[in-house]
Design a protein around this ligand. Sequence first.
Ligand code: HSE
Length: 338
Amino acid sequence: MRIVLVGFGVVGRSFAELIDREARKLELDYGLRLKIVGIADQKGAAVSDEGIDPRKALESKTEKGTLEGLGAEVYTRGMKAVELIREADAEVMIESTPTELKRGEPGLSHIKMAMQNGRHVICTNKGPLAIAMPALIELAHHNDVMFKFSGTVGGGTPVLDFAKKCLEGSEIRSISGILNGTSNFILSKMAAEGVAMADALAEAQRLGYAEADPTYDIGGFDTACKLVITSNYVMGSSLSIRDVDIRGITEVTQEDIAKAKAREGVIKLIGRVGSSAKVSPEVVSSTHPLNVSGTFNAVCFDTHPAGEITLVGKGAGGMETATAVLRDLIEIRRTFTR
Ligand code: HSE
């Protein structure tokens, strides 16, 4: 399977590392022979019909900050991702550029270009989906390509497919949960160690959990994106981020945390969607299944007739999200070899 990787940040690089490490297993277990024929980052693009060695790409990025170490025949400084998507002979485009929530760009243009050129799309970038999910799904149908976005919600935890596939036959009445690993990491550190919010955020950034623009994490926007994506995918709504009432954790103080603790509770950033959609800090009982710490996400589906079902797992991190991309690739491969 020939792949173009657009975005070579934490997720793109983790994915390259994962497929390099697991190449033999992927071929044996899933018949998945992967070849990266193009990689684009903000500074330029590399393209090779024979395939790009993921190790060399990773080394170049670490040593030079660009892909120029792949050589002048392969790398062109200033080449735009849209050109690469149009020109490289690939079956799948993986979009992992940073989330941008005003226009969903440049991810939105990358996805449209890929679909219009008959490429399947795997997306970990939440911006295009938070802004234009119904239109993108329609475009995928129109061009007869698959559009997968498992890594947009839950990191490596299969929130979307769990709800879609494993809860088949049940009515999902509402969804609530912790959907942002960074803010949960921050709130957990503030509560357990008395760390200041800014310091905990700096650590989350260093560990690769936070968004390129971390105000998306602490301002509640990342949670809102994930709420929109989950609701649209699982409950059949047509929401965009503009439909969500959003309040983040920026005003949460040590005093608020102490007050919650006195009531045997913890403060968590919760996203809720049912008849309306909302993100805000809430006091959660310390014995509630949503009380998870660190970068864990916890999503509670209120189903009929089975009642509440909660899924817990790591919600942020490059390698975690890369495993979601891999699941999507395996599904694309299966669908097209049936
Ligand atoms: N910044 C996001 C989070 C990354 O902390 O949850 C995963 O989407």
